[in-house]
Write a protein that binds this ligand. Structure first.
Ligand code: PEP
Length: 250
């Protein structure tokens, strides 16, 4: 039995007072249940958000991280910095990092290895572009992103990895993969893990869906056998929407 996961990716939204209001609104109505819940605010609010959520059962995550341990990397944030403010989970490989900031599979792989070596949990994101789906190369693309991004990761380390399938054409567009399309890809991913890693890893790894998940479509998506929760962008910026999605996973 896999514990569901719902993670909020606030991206580059909110100022400090808005971040505090959103956290207060979430905590006012949040009831801890079976689902693991994460909030990934912008770096500058990690410490503040952690002060509010640390007794709640909601966990803190970062949206990105540098692969280096420390040193001359102006503007960057390391694993030890994240852990020192209570973030022991990090989102890596998000399509916005890949597409806007040019992160390659090899760079993402370096970050994944650094995070795992630092005993952090990784939410590893991947997914195809619209043209790739139209050309029916989406399974191939996903397989290659998994193989490269997770190259050299031991079977044991998968206990610290949550996968997040996010078809790029569904992120922030209001267009969701249908539950059938999402389930089809999640089943493919689980089969990939079974063949390439192990039966145990395939059975135990949580695979999230991300891409315009809303209260209205969450329950249907999460009811599918291989969808273990969601990575939520836009709908995580409204407390009631995010909590409705959390409840749909429980
Ligand atoms: C995301 O950025 O990970 C995401 C899924 O965004 P949205 O929910 O807004 O599509």
């Amino acid at each position: 039995m896999r514990t569901p996961v719902v993670a909020a990716n606030w991206k580059m939204n909110k100022d400090l007072s808005e971040a505090k209001s959103l956290v207060s609104a979430l905590l006012a109505d949040y009831k801890k249940a079976n689902t693991e819940v994460y909030i990934a605010p912008p770096f500058v609010f990690l410490n503040e958000v952690q002060q509010h959520i640390k007794e709640s059962g909601i966990q803190l995550a970062a949206q990105n991280m540098n692969a280096a341990a420390s040193g001359a990397h102006t503007g960057e944030i390391s694993s030890s910095m994240l852990k020192s403010v209570g973030a022991s989970t990090v989102i890596l490989g998000h399509s916005e990092r890949r597409d806007i900031y040019g992160e390659t599979d090899a760079q993402i792989n370096e970050k994944v290895k650094t995070a795992l070596a630092a005993d952090m949990q990784v939410i590893f994101c991947f997914g195809e572009q619209l043209e790739e789906r139209k050309a029916s190369t989406h399974f191939e693309v996903v397989k290659s992103q998994l193989a490269s991004g997770l190259a050299g990761v031991d079977a044991d380390a998968y206990a610290s990895i949550v996968l997040a399938y996010e078809p790029v054409w569904a992120i922030g567009t209001g267009e969701t993969a249908s539950p059938e399309q999402a389930q089809e890809m999640h089943a493919f991913i689980r089969e990939y893990l079974r063949k390439e890693v192990s039966v145990e890893v395939a059975d135990q790894t949580r695979i999230l869906y991300g891409g315009s998940v809303k209260p209205a479509n969450a329950a249907d998506l999460f009811s599918r056998p291989d969808i273990d929760g969601g990575l939520i962008g836009g709908a995580s910026l409204q407390a009631d929407d995010f909590l409705a999605i959390v409840n749909a996973a429980s």
